[in-house]
Design a binder for this molecule. Structure first.
Ligand SMILES: [Zn+2]
Length: 315
């Protein structure tokens, strides 16, 4: 029998402390990081596409379009991140996290479209080569552009990782990994273009082959952006390790007889838990409410990110 339904309202004081990371200053820092990344991405896009076009390298153009895809992601993130970290309001009582989820889904679709376009173009050039066409030799200076791009991406990886950890934003840490993957993609471009320059007409096939490899990576990155966003959209449960952390947190509270249910989902930067426990039948409503409050507090303390907990008590 459910004798008491206790939710966040009674616990708002403590949650407000945990939600300090949602203030405007943190939001500005987050937007600053993304703005820096997006400016460098569009700069890289321009340099690579123009450089690849003048310097006869399709691989460099593909690398440039990859940066354009990254820029599109940044813009979507930038527009929505200011909304996603807003505090919950009467209109959106669970907060604005799903806006970020939506942004990720849109960005993954854009990136996938770019990847598929490049696969088609690379394949056409390989077909032309197989049919006897001689591909043009890329210019030597294109290698300089690629090296500079790799260096810039490694710096961005470090900047994003540091900021992501500081701000507790998993989205930033994910984009950081992407920056490092970009550096590796440019390494493939470097090898492909280098061979096309130095090792004769036959090896110029490497330039469109690298284009295909880069395009495949673009498609993979789209899928990797899509999966977690999709799971959040359809309210996939949180990992078993998180659930066992919740279980341990509940077990430390005196008076909890049994844990009946733990339902979980993520919502932007929030973990949301709906917990059902049972207590001794002879307790008063007030005693039950105190236990529920302690359970919420204990679970919220177990995580270093914003958490929403709702506890239902039965006997
Ligand atoms: Zn990228």
């Amino acid at each position: 029998m459910i004798i008491h339904q206790h939710n966040n309202e009674g616990f708002s004081g403590n949650l407000a402390n945990l939600l300090k990371t949602n203030d405007d200053k943190e939001g500005r820092s987050l937007r600053k990081v993304i703005a820096t990344g997006s400016l460098l991405n569009i700069l890289l896009c321009a340099i690579k596409v123009i450089g690849g076009w003048i310097g006869n390298s399709d691989a460099l153009i593909a690398d440039g379009f990859h940066s354009l895809g990254d820029f599109a992601t940044d813009i979507v993130m930038f527009l929505f991140v200011g909304i996603s970290i807003r505090k919950a309001t009467a209109k959106y009582s669970y907060g604005y996290g799903k806006f970020e989820t939506f942004a990720s889904l849109v960005a993954s679709a854009l990136i996938a479209a770019i990847g598929v376009t490049l696969i088609v173009e690379g394949s056409e050039r390989i077909a032309a080569f197989v049919n006897g066409a001689i591909l043009e030799r890329p210019a030597l200076w294109t290698l300089g552009i690629i090296l500079a791009a790799m260096l810039m991406k490694e710096c961005l990886y470090r900047y994003y990782t540091r900021s992501g950890k500081k701000l507790g934003s998993s989205a930033l840490c994910t984009i950081a990994l992407h920056h490092r993957a970009d550096a590796f993609a440019s390494l493939a471009t470097l090898i492909g273009v280098g061979c096309s320059i130095f090792f004769g007409e036959k090896l110029r096939i490497l330039d469109p082959i690298v284009t295909l490899v880069l395009a495949a990576f673009i498609v993979v990155s789209a899928i990797r952006l899509f999966i977690p966003a999709w799971r959040e959209l359809v309210e996939h449960s949180l990992p078993a390790s998180v659930i066992s952390q919740v279980r341990s947190a509940i077990e430390t509270v005196a008076g909890v007889k049994e844990i009946r249910t733990i339902r979980s989902r993520s919502h932007g930067r929030y973990y949301i838990f709906d917990i059902g426990i049972s207590v001794a039948g002879n307790l008063t409503v007030e005693q039950g409410a105190v236990i529920a409050g302690k359970v919420e507090e204990s679970v919220a303390r177990a995580f270093d990110r914003p958490v929403m907990v709702s506890v239902t008590i039965g006997v």
